[in-house]
Design a protein around this ligand. Structure first.
Ligand SMILES: [Zn+2]
Ligand SMILES: [Zn+2]
Length: 388
């Protein structure tokens, strides 16, 4: 268990989602243990001891966006409601506590909120996330809250500008220091066609690690596959993309077998993308600027309210098509294949990016980088236009 504390502390530092000095992790084993920053560890232990779940992460996010969302929220509101798919699917909404609501002992009220949600934003403290059975789940939920508040804040700034003192400065620091140039430079890819089982498994694991290391995806939100003959090798659902060894399933290209129970929930979409494109590899992840820009629809007077799943139009971000559609057997598996066939890349509304490679992962990876870079550039172009 002590191990878990250092493993997930290091993950939060590596993905730069939390301040190194502001991380605490608690786990309920035979006894409750809590480690990390002393104040936060005490809070993590106090909250966890009130819950039936077994893991907890309390950390101060590396960006002040969650606190800004709380401070920008109208009086009387008590939760943040991001519109991206990760939030819809995993979090529903994100309750928050204002500094003024905390009192001498905030643990009971945080525990009460975590009774029905996976993560809470506590103003001035950080993100508190629980895991039903493991610390890993608490880490995933922390990542999800970090991702969703990042997306939501950047959207809000694009629509409403800066409101609070200090926001413009913090945003400038985010842009010049936290954000890093996104590139595929220096990465080595095996040249295709990839045919041998072992080289495919190894290459998928390597490319998975690249996507996380280059900041294209949060480790648990995305999937990767490679087709060789009648077999699709695909990452398992809920597998961490930076440690895929042993978490890749071979499944037949046709629908005949009952395989695919552990395989990614997006297996059906991958199958249909292979059918429509004849490609050999697929990358899917949730890079933040593509998620943000996919929700910026300029259409006025549109009758559709659930754009993320109902919209039938194909829009474009540069030369990349954007389609709507739910995860799993829903609209995504139906709308992505025809859209991706020509351009070899597509964005799903509020969700993420799919790219394909012709014989190996090099071109798929380059396409993923270029879509996110285009969206990042377009975001700042529109923001500057807005701010004047
Ligand atoms: Zn996804
Ligand atoms: Zn619409």
């Amino acid at each position: 268990m002590r191990d878990q504390v250092s493993v997930y502390t290091n993950k939060l530092i590596a993905d730069r989602s939390a301040h190194a000095q502001g991380i605490a992790i608690a786990a309920q084993d035979d006894v409750l243990i809590a480690g990390g920053a002393p104040d936060l560890a005490r809070l993590a232990g106090d909250v966890l001891s009130r819950l039936t779940c077994l893991g907890m992460v309390v950390a101060c996010p590396s960006l002040p966006f969650a606190d800004f969302l709380v401070a920008r929220a109208p009086a009387g509101e008590s939760c943040i409601v991001p519109r991206d798919t990760e939030t819809r699917t995993f979090l529903h909404d994100i309750p928050f506590l204002r500094r003024s609501d905390l009192g001498a002992d905030p643990a009971p009220v945080i525990a009460r909120l975590l009774g029905s949600r996976k993560g809470v934003v506590v103003e001035g403290v950080g993100i508190v996330a629980s895991g039903a059975l493991t610390v890993e789940q608490a880490y995933i939920n922390y990542s999800s809250v970090f991702h969703s508040t990042f997306v939501k804040y950047l959207q809000d700034v694009l629509h409403h500008g800066f409101i609070l003192p200090g926001e413009a400065e913090a945003f400038a620091a985010f842009r010049s220091q936290w954000l890093r140039p996104l590139t595929d430079e220096g990465l080595a890819f095996r040249s295709g066609p990839l045919a041998e089982r072992d080289e495919i498994l190894d290459e998928i694991a390597t490319v998975g690690r690249y996507t996380v290391e280059r900041g294209l995806v949060d480790s648990f939100f995305g999937n990767i596959s490679c087709r060789a003959g009648e077999v699709i090798y695909i990452s398992q659902t809920a597998a961490s993309l930076d440690s895929l060894a042993g978490c890749i399933d071979p499944v037949p290209t046709d629908n005949s077998s009952t395989f695919g129970i552990t395989a990614s929930s997006e297996l059906l979409a991958h199958r249909r993308i292979y059918e429509a494109t004849g490609a050999a590899t697929i990358l899917h992840g949730h890079p933040k600027f593509a998620v943000i820009m996919s929700m910026e629809c300029a259409e006025e007077g549109c009758a559709i309210t659930d754009c993320w799943k109902e919209c039938d139009r194909v829009r474009f971000l540069g030369d990349t098509p954007v389609v709507a559609g739910e995860i799993g057997a829903g609209g995504l598996a139906r709308r992505v294949p025809p859209a991706i066939a020509g351009p070899r890349k597509a964005v799903v509304y509020g969700h993420g990016v799919f790219t394909v490679g012709e014989t190996d992962f090099a071109d798929a990876f380059r396409a993923l980088v270029s879509v996110e870079n285009w969206c990042r550039g377009e975001y700042f172009r529109r923001l500057e236009e807005r701010l004047g």
